[in-house]
Design a protein. Structure first.
Length: 202
């Protein structure tokens, strides 16, 4: 399914994201809520190849996700109408990319990391489509960004594993793309998306 032509994928996404319904973490389970956006767009030079926008977090002391490859997003703030509003605001603040609500095609399963070493936060991922790619204007929270073909994210060629010693020794699945390693919550969201669109072809 990641190799499906971009226009066909765009047409299929609302259905693929709606059934089955995304798993939601009820209010009150986590101390805070956040929202991120998986932005998809055709490659400007190969318009039938869909790619995903990933960002590189700046190095910030005390931030458990500092320096990691991530999806643009952040915590709910006072004044946000809902989680979709949070996702849209954070996307524009971090990257300068503005996608209207109509460009948001659905949501993926909520994540709620249960670890004493991480903040108690529930993260809602949304999927959006950017028909015409605009320049990314990174704010101070980011150290870079990259557009990655969906076929590369799904390919076993780029899959590997990472051992983290702190806070406790643990192995994590990764996607290795040159100098960039995608793992943890970001890879969980991407795999949730890839599994959904793959299931739509069975």
């Amino acid at each position: 399914m990641p190799d499906r032509l971009a226009n066909e994928l765009r047409e299929a996404l609302p259905r693929l994201l709606a059934d089955p319904a995304a798993v939601r973490v009820p209010d009150g389970v986590a101390d805070r809520r956040a929202a991120v956006t998986l932005v998809l767009s055709p490659n400007p030079l190969h318009s039938q190849r869909a790619e995903a926008l990933l960002v590189v977090r700046a190095q910030v002391a005390g931030d458990p996700w500092s320096g990691q490859v991530a999806l643009p997003g952040g915590r709910v703030e006072e004044g946000d109408a809902d989680l979709l509003d949070t996702a849209r605001r954070e996307l524009e603040e971090e990257t300068g990319v503005n996608i209207a609500p109509a460009g948001y095609l659905g949501r993926l399963d909520d994540l709620h990391p249960r670890s004493p070493h991480l903040p108690s936060i529930a993260v809602t991922p949304f999927v959006a489509w950017l028909s015409e790619r605009t320049p990314v204007a990174e704010n101070r929270e980011l150290a870079g960004h990259l557009w990655v073909p969906l076929r590369d994210l799904a390919s076993p060629v780029f899959r590997s594993s990472l051992r983290r010693e702190a806070p406790v020794p643990k192995m994590f699945e990764t996607v290795e793309l040159g100098d960039f390693t995608i793992w943890g919550m970001t890879l969980s969201i991407i795999d949730n998306f890839l599994n959904r669109i793959s299931a739509g072809t069975r």
